[in-house]
Design a protein around this ligand. Structure first.
Ligand code: S3P
Length: 171
């Protein structure tokens, strides 16, 4: 029997990591986890609160712990959606790369902007010009997503079901 590894989704805010993750989890029959939700459960507080009280550094520290926990302490393979900044720490990149099949869900800055404009729970987009922020983050992070990814799937022009099928085909 072939056992699928953990499927780890990385990519910018608005790439569709949660939507695609849920679809994949349904078709694979593996549990879905979202590292942002685990961070919130462990902290007993939401992400905006963590950023406000502990700063981005505090959040990143919690993120490393959650990623480690999710890739080491589960009995069965999972589908894992990560936060857009999960690749920022070298330590995290090692955890991700060794933790399963890493899929980079690629989206252009314009698409990221469209998809993130409907929510206000992302502290990094609450101040300044969101497009400029997304562009700046993308310039730094795109090479890091590519560094950790085993496969890259473009999400701009595809329906979520078609993105999930692409990932499924690659497993
Ligand atoms: C962040 C992305 C968010 C969340 C936090 C920081 C980032 O996750 O982890 O607000 O640094 O890009 P999503 O990519 O799921 O929005």
């Amino acid at each position: 029997m072939i056992i699928a590894p953990n499927i780890i989704l990385v990519g910018p805010m608005g790439a569709g990591k949660t939507t695609i993750g849920r679809l994949l989890s349904q078709s694979l029959g593996n549990e879905f986890h979202d590292s942002d939700r685990v961070i919130e459960e462990n902290a007993g507080a939401d992400i905006p609160w963590i950023f406000e009280k502990e700063g981005e550094d505090g959040f990143r520290h919690r993120e490393t712990q959650a990623l480690y926990e999710l890739t080491h302490n589960m009995d069965k393979p999972i589908v894992l959606a990560t936060g857009g900044g999960a690749v920022m720490r070298e330590e995290n990149r090692t955890i991700l790369r060794n933790g399963g099949l890493v899929v980079y869900l690629y989206a252009t800055v314009n698409q990221q902007l469209v998809r993130t404009s409907k929510s206000n729970h992302r502290p990094l987009l609450q101040t300044g010009n969101p497009k400029a922020t997304l562009s700046k983050l993308f310039a730094v992070r795109d090479p890091l997503y590519k560094e950790v990814a085993h496969i890259i799937v473009e999400t701009d022009t595809r329906h979520p079901k078609s993105v999930a099928k692409k990932v499924w085909d690659a497993i």
